[in-house]
Design a protein around this ligand. Sequence first.
Ligand code: GDP
Length: 470
Amino acid sequence: IASELYLANAVLIKKLMGLGIMTSVNQILDRETVELIALDLGIELKDEVITDLTRYDEMEIIDDPKDLVKRSPIITIMGHVDHGKTTLLDSIRKSRVAPGEAGGITQHIGAYQVEHQGEKITFIDTPGHAAFTEMRARGAKVTDIVILVVAADDGVKPQTIEALQHAKASGVPIIVAINKIDKPQANPDNVMSELSAHDLSPEKWGGKTPYVEVSALKKIGIDDLLDVILLLAEMEDLKANPKRPARGTVIEASLDKGRGPVATVIVENGTLKIGDIIVIGNTFGRIRTMNDDLKRRFTEALPGTPVEITGLDEVPHAGDIFMVFTDEKVARQTSQARSAKERENISKQQKATSLESMFGAQDDGQKVLNIVLKGDVQGSIEALKGMLDKIDIEGFHVNIVRSGVGAISETDVQLASASKAIVMGFNVRPTAAVKSLADSVGVEIRLYNVVYRITEDIEKALKGMLEPVF
Ligand code: GDP
């Protein structure tokens, strides 16, 4: 903002101080503050009006207030490993599935919805903050409320703090679920005092953060937790317009053998219908089927609803925004223009990457193994990235040039060729055309279906012992 206004940073900071606002150089200012400065300088602010459809995901939708109705809250559960996130997600889901409903068989699609006191609540079913952070990095802000799970017998741990920092950075309200209160060593007061030091003072101590004591395993306190969620959602006043064409975010996506590309999306505004034409990230689709985690089929999905959709041309990324288009031709052109733009960005990025790795090699004498990583689901990619980061062999360094969900594509091979990388596929394969391109440009493609084989191979490769594949 300082540079836009031709002001020195220090001058802007001083001006803000004069307005009673303490800031640092790299702080993000909210609109109100910027308006204050503009007023002070006698400058008129204008909103940028985006008309370029390829930037549909940056367009803001403004609804007529009279069309807005209440929508269900979208919840993410975060917390330290083993503190009970998965168990809590399971108990909430099970406690709400009526016996006999769809045989009671649930399927993991990445999100589910439950009903409590006649109201719906949506849970994102990928615990941990990896998914949350990844989505935030892509600009998606799906979560309305974060539940921070802390085990009463273990207290605040490093990932608890990371999780609460992520939640705070995105400005999402937090409910603390003190879990495992069934354990004899449980000490909820300890959790409360530890978290108070992180600005999460409990309501019962005069603070602002709601705390609920639960046992995910013994299903104690689940109803209380859902009550508190509804209460907080009420205060957040979440609204959407069901009458408009839908828009929302991809939670998970993968390639299904029978159904082709499938994606779980949460509809954030509007109503998504069978037959709708959508642009979803860099790809295009016409909604063929919609179902939930109980395999119930839908013809319409209202705001706040998570649905698994089919009918897409390609597998999108988690965090991609989708939007319904009225004109099929325009939608196709938009998705094509977006993927052309991405290819362009990748070629810019690959120059940067290979330079970077060269510098890396010179700077600290380290050798770099560049990898393009493709997998069938976001979860396995995240897990692999985590494992690859941990590989520690002196003088070597693993650099993931690109990673993503879906079959190995020509772009992957081109990128690998430019950055002298090998392509690793986890539960995915290249088509014959891609394979022959790889052969012609001398890019190695390695396919895996067991996680540890990848790290094993990389360690071998780093030690220069890797046998070539035929
Ligand atoms: P996550 O890593 O946070 O997803 O944790 P999990 O849900 O996998 O739970 C880790 C372990 O804690 C498992 O062995 C669970 O059975 C156990 N656990 C989870 N919730 C409770 C609880 O409320 N009480 C007790 N006693 N154990 C729990």
